[in-house]
Design a protein. Structure first.
Length: 403
């Protein structure tokens, strides 16, 4: 492929399209295929030659791809994105006209991924030049992807095996990647609703379902719906291919905080296996009520946790750390009437020096409200009166619906 002439290349594309071979067409029109390095295909104005080989709108699609090769070779991703947009729009017109056929789905998937990648690179180039607003090109790319989604979702007449609806989940996953990148998670909601109401939702390829559950799980986590987040992320982790170590690690970065919030601490073996020892001190601190270690762990790995987007979620673990620490105080005191001063002393031992009894009472009141302590405050006597039966319920039995 690296040495074919333009005519030979166009002939291969024509054969793939005529034979309705979506996989071959996808490879020939992919920017992740070796043909883009062929100097004979780096042509700035390929339109006349493409018009000789293809009818509209396929001539536009192929010409835009070849023109894109030219711009990629010149590292101009803004123009490469513009070409890819034309290619996808041309494909969509052709695809829409195909009744009861879905052989073009692999080609659409390829065009869509390359559009997203170019949009991302274009935004980076524009930012360096001080042009445009952050994520603007990605946002426009998402609009075109939504057009593709609508074409697939509206195909109600075809038989199941020939339905364009099989393209829905792949497109949703690509849109999720954009919406998470540009921080517009609210746009995910109608897409989730569309997939959940689809009769194909459990029949899509497992790789697509894993990606879908990963993003829906992350969204649930940000919405503080931790039980749902655990369910979706656990599915993604369990069904992610065992050889995809990088992906499994990525899923764990979000699953671990959710599990910890629900009272399930990770083992050191798991953390070592996936190189996530940043969570080790946090987990130990929460488990043993070591507030000092908890604060130190968050400070030490702050950059990593912020980059991953889990820092604020991990901060929610502080309340469980308080619960573990205060449980130790009650075990030492061996009474169900505990003076607030005892908890204040414990906090000062953990180097929380800038705190008074009123603030300690607020922490205790919050623990009672969230169910981590069974009892009540006696403000007059400055005491916490705890239940004689299971005064400190396990985090597993409570979980967090919101915080």
């Amino acid at each position: 492929m690296a040495h074919v002439t333009l005519n030979q290349y166009l002939q291969q594309v024509e054969e793939a399209l005529n034979e309705k071979d979506g996989e071959s067409a996808a490879r020939l029109l992919s920017f992740r295929h070796p043909h883009i390095a062929n100097p004979r295909l780096k042509i700035e104005h390929p339109e006349p030659k493409c018009e000789e080989w293809f009818n509209q709108p396929l001539d536009e699609m192929v010409a835009a791809h070849i023109k894109g090769i030219w711009y990629v070779s010149n590292h101009d991703f803004v123009e490469a994105h513009a070409c890819q947009k034309i290619a996808l729009q041309a494909f969509l017109r052709a695809f829409q006209s195909l009744k009861d056929e879905n052989w073009g789905l692999p080609l659409m998937f390829t065009l869509v991924v390359d559009l997203r990648l170019f949009a991302n690179n274009a935004d980076t180039q524009l930012a360096k030049k001080g042009r445009g607003r952050p994520g603007e090109t990605l946002e426009k790319a998402a609009e075109l992807l939504m057009s593709c989604f609508r074409v697939c979702a509206s195909d109600t007449r075809a038989a199941v095996e020939d339905s364009k609806k099989w393209g829905m989940l792949y497109l949703v996953n690509q849109l999720f990647k954009i919406y998470f990148k540009i921080n517009k998670l609210h746009l995910c909601k109608p897409l989730i609703r569309a997939i959940e109401s689809s009769n194909l939702k459990d029949q899509f390829p497992i790789s697509q379902r894993v990606t879908y559950r990963y993003y829906v799980g992350r969204k649930a986590m940000f919405d503080s719906d931790f039980k749902s987040a655990e369910e979706y992320l656990t599915f993604a982790f369990d069904h992610c291919h065992r050889s995809s170590r990088k992906n499994k690690r990525m899923i764990l970065i979000y699953l671990l905080p959710v599990k910890m919030l629900l009272g399930h601490m990770p083992t050191s073996i798991l953390l070592k296996k996936y190189d996530l020892l940043q969570f080790s001190d946090v987990a130990n601190a929460v488990k043993w009520g070591n507030l000092l270690l908890f604060n130190e762990a968050l400070d030490k790995h702050e950059a990593f946790f912020i980059k991953c987007g889990v820092y604020l979620i991990l901060e929610k673990l502080k309340i469980i750390t308080y619960r573990s620490l205060f449980k130790k105080v009650s075990l030492i005191m061996k009474t169900h009437q505990l003076p607030v001063s005892a908890f204040e002393t414990a906090l000062r031992f953990m180097q929380v020096n800038d705190i008074d009894s009123d603030e300690v009472e607020c922490i205790l009141a919050n623990l009672i409200y969230t169910g981590y302590i069974r009892g009540y405050m006696s403000h007059q006597h400055k005491k916490l009166v705890i239940s004689k039966q299971n005064p400190f319920p396990s985090p597993q039995s409570i979980g967090l619906s919101s915080s």
